[in-house]
Design a protein. Structure first.
Length: 472
């Protein structure tokens, strides 16, 4: 009598890995979807209220890390103006507290899967088997250590489990959210970005080359503003390069000089793309034309290598800098240790104004529209072949060397004669990865991804704050 073979039960590590990969693929697919419609949806970011940080209206907690990235990207794609997200059970609790309201998820609506982290502790036996530890086990081992007794080495891993949340816009009869803020005008938005970046201590200088962050000098380099197609594009590029600057060893320490590889460049560029999309959504800035679907698809297929943990960490790091921007926008002093104290901001802002003045960058307000624009000034022509060759010889930075070749047609012709195939591949890669080769960066994947939600408020205060925001 034949027996149907039983399907092998997956262990908790396999389940965690699979849900994390599914989560990461969801982020990549959303970014590709956005990139494919670039130019069509960028103005769709503007609405009656700014795109808020996703939070749970039942607990009042904001989602953080990669979960925040997933929910914000979904809001952009789906056009959700509401920033409230909750599970089905949480919706039922709201309904129970408000029996006079009739709330239900619209037919055909699908939720978004996000992840809940959980740390597991275990020891490894001599035969290689794993022994998982309970809280009581950990307490007992800690007491034995305090007594000076020999104890087995305790290992820790972070596992992820999925749960599904729905946006308030998907729920019929859900109370409207109180309008707490109005969108900034274009002038206010531009001035805010200027103040924020200057207050961060990241220096910005203008020159005749392309946008980049120079790690050794710790300075963001931007073309003169009038070289951009518009003011929006200028500030979008400025925020993009600012993100790269946050990876400097004096800040988030994402960049390691000994890890200057194409994969490292690609991961740093993907983090910057995530940040640019999300910051742009909040500030009504366009997605740069370099954000092509081909670029994102190529990155995801070629450089991720199926490493879901690395991509998850990249999303968490992008969210971390977006949180810094959000805190500054809210009038708070950002909690990041590297961000200067409030009392230093006026001096840093003045120092940046002096840098701008030294490179001929000045601002004016258009009399007809009232929009802030830049005063055009004459700039020198792009570097000659001799200047590009000199720049190539005087640096050991491979990114600078590659940029010198690719930005000068005569120099590129010279390089093609040496090795046509490799230079063509390099040119294609640089085109797909935007300004990848202008960054000396690599991911510092040492921290465990942030949790799904974070808040230091007691639960009662969280619920009261949530009700005020929901007007329930």
């Amino acid at each position: 009598m034949s027996q149907t073979p039983q399907k092998e039960k997956k262990n908790r590590f396999q389940v965690s890995r699979e849900v994390q990969e599914e989560f990461v693929n969801g982020i990549a697919e959303t970014m590709i979807s956005l990139a494919q419609t670039a130019g069509e949806w960028q103005r769709g970011w503007s609405g009656d209220v700014p795109l808020g940080m996703p939070f749970c209206p039942v607990t009042g907690r904001e989602y953080s890390g990669a979960n925040m990235v997933r929910l914000l990207l979904t809001s952009i794609v789906k056009g959700y103006a509401d920033d409230r997200w909750m599970t089905f059970k949480q919706l039922q609790s709201v309904q129970a507290d408000n029996p006079d309201l009739e709330m239900k998820i619209r037919k055909g609506e699908r939720g978004v899967k996000i992840l809940r982290p959980e740390d597991v502790y275990y020891t490894i036996s001599e035969d290689g088997s794993w022994n998982f530890l309970s809280r009581e086990d950990l307490k007992r081992i800690s007491e034995m250590m305090d007594q000076g007794l020999d104890v087995p080495a305790v290992q820790r891993k972070t596992l992820f489990y999925p749960f599904t949340v729905f946006n308030a816009a998907q729920i019929e009869g859900f109370p409207d959210k109180e309008r707490l803020a109005s969108p900034m005008s274009e002038i206010e938005r531009n001035e805010f970005v200027e103040r924020f970046i200057a207050s961060s201590g990241v220096p910005v200088e203008h020159y005749s080359g392309g946008p980049c962050f120079k790690q050794e000098q710790d300075v963001v380099m931007l073309p003169h503003p009038e070289r951009f197609t518009g003011t929006d594009e200028y500030y979008a590029a400025k925020l993009h390069e600012f993100f790269h600057a946050t990876g400097h060893e004096s800040r988030e320490r994402r960049q390691k000089k000994e890890s200057q590889t194409l994969k490292g460049y690609a991961f740093e560029e993907m983090r910057a793309e995530m940040f640019s999309m999300l910051a742009g959504a909040r500030l009504n800035l366009p997605m740069p034309e370099s954000n092509s679907a081909a670029y994102i698809a190529h990155w995801n297929q070629t450089f991720s290598g199926g490493d879901a943990k690395a991509v998850f960490q990249a999303a968490s790091e992008a969210a971390k800098i977006l949180t810094v921007l959000h805190q500054y926008e809210a009038g708070e002093e950002p909690k990041a240790k590297w961000f200067p104290k409030r009392e230093d901001w006026p001096e840093l802002i003045e120092m940046q104004k002096q840098r701008d003045a030294a490179t001929g960058v000045s601002y004016r307000q258009d009399e007809a529209s009232g929009v802030q624009t830049f005063t055009p000034v004459h700039r020198p022509a792009p570097p000659s072949l001799a200047e590009s060759v000199a720049a190539f010889k005087e640096t050991t930075d491979l990114a600078v060397k590659a940029r010198a070749i690719l930005q000068n047609p005569d120099f590129l012709d010279m390089a093609l004669k040496q090795d046509p195939q490799q230079v063509r591949e390099l040119a294609e890669l640089c085109s797909q990865l935007s300004f990848t080769l202008s960054h000396e960066a690599d991911a510092a994947q040492e921290q465990v991804p942030a949790g799904a939600v974070e808040s230091s408020l007691p639960l009662t205060e969280q619920k009261n704050a949530a009700k005020r925001r929901m007007r329930i």
